[in-house]
Design a protein around this ligand. Structure first.
Ligand code: ATP
Length: 314
């Protein structure tokens, strides 16, 4: 086929622990990542000329080489120059539904979709592992976004261990439209404030990473214990984002005071989410929080946990 439409789901963190600094300048992390049904659609098609074109009508998303979807196509063209020449370039159209710079890995999901889409369109037959290895060159969240579902991520986020699916949990997400948090700012600020708590030696970091495999959150997921999962939600980056942005703390508290399994900020924020047992409960929580914080800048989404990453659109 000369074109494909792909669904690129966002992710939330159920757990995010910062362990220390790595020699490569990144943070050593332990995270539980979860795909959700809030997703972008990525259309890719072969064009006659040996070129990469990105289109996206979202004002905060660049259409040039700095778009991570462009970078994904460029990486594929360099890895497989003969196929690129044979197919004659690619046009990528991003239909953005995932809020931008929101802690939901929207850009990473787009890059993962381009890797999967070009593999299909060019008939390369790459394995999931090979696609994830390519993804790791683009960003720490890209490997997870390829396969999605529920996973434990260690290293800088690219070392993945699959966890049992939790696709019967719902969530309501909220974000202030005008508030964005840059991921580099969040990690830099965390290092400035909490760097003294970091595990510095490689062995200690490996041990911390191993310990996470037996964390109560992992057992709660294995047991499909939704109440425990809600109670054990954890994100170290809340320690810097919530004091800096009191409106996020207020939003999190508003969610937590409703009939929810638990509430937390996702990734580096500023999206805050609450988990519920059903869609109708999520709708009720949304209505209650909307009534409590009547700010027109606050936007809501209802979603469901997803058991997969990139898929072909129907
Ligand atoms: P993460 O959770 O992985 O840190 P995020 O959800 O916080 O990611 P993104 O939505 O991926 O953040 O966007 C981060 C920045 O990357 C934005 O400022 C945006 O301008 C830029 N960007 C580049 N390509 C894309 C893309 N395809 N989609 C969204 N943003 C992109």
């Amino acid at each position: 086929m000369r074109s494909y439409s792909l669904i690129a789901p966002a992710k939330i963190n159920l757990y995010l622990e910062i362990i220390g600094d790595r020699p490569d300048g990144y943070h050593e992390l332990a995270m539980v990542l979860q795909s959700i049904s809030l997703a972008d659609q990525i259309d890719i098609r072969s064009i006659g000329v040996e070129n990469i074109v990105v289109r996206c009508d979202h004002p905060l998303v660049p259409e040039n080489e700095s778009n991570i979807a462009y970078r994904a196509a460029s990486l594929m063209s360099k890895q497989f120059p003969d196929v690129f020449a044979q197919y004659g370039g690619v046009e990528i159209t991003i239909h953005k539904h995932i809020p931008v710079a929101a802690g939901l890995a929207g850009g990473s999901a787009n890059a993962a979709a381009v890797l999967v889409g070009l593999d299909l369109m060019w008939g390369l037959g790459l394995t999931r592992g090979e696609l994830q290895e390519l993804g790791a060159q683009l960003g720490s969240d890209v490997p997870f976004c390829v396969g999605g579902g529920t996973a434990l991520a260690t290293g800088r986020g690219e070392v993945l261990s699959p966890l049992p699916n939790l696709d019967d949990i719902y969530l309501v997400l909220a974000k202030y439209r005008k508030l964005s948090i840059s991921t580099p700012w969040a990690y830099k600020t965390y290092r400035r404030k909490f760097g003294h708590t970091y595990v510095t030696d490689t062995e200690g970091q490996e041990n911390s990473g191993q310990r996470v495999h037996s964390e109560p959150m992992i057992s709660a997921i294995a047991n499909h214990n939704h109440r425990e999962i809600g109670k054990l939600l954890h994100n170290d980056l809340e320690k810097i984002a919530l004091p800096e942005y009191p409106q996020l703390l207020k939003l999190r508290e508003a969610f937590a005071s409703e009939n929810v399994l638990g509430a937390m900020m996702s990734g580096s924020g500023p999206t805050v989410f609450a988990l519920t047992e059903s869609q109708s409960q999520a709708e009720q929580v949304k209505a209650a929080v909307k009534a409590k914080i009547s700010d027109p800048d606050l936007e809501f989404w209802i979603a469901q946990f997803n058991s997969s990453g990139i898929s072909i659109a129907d």
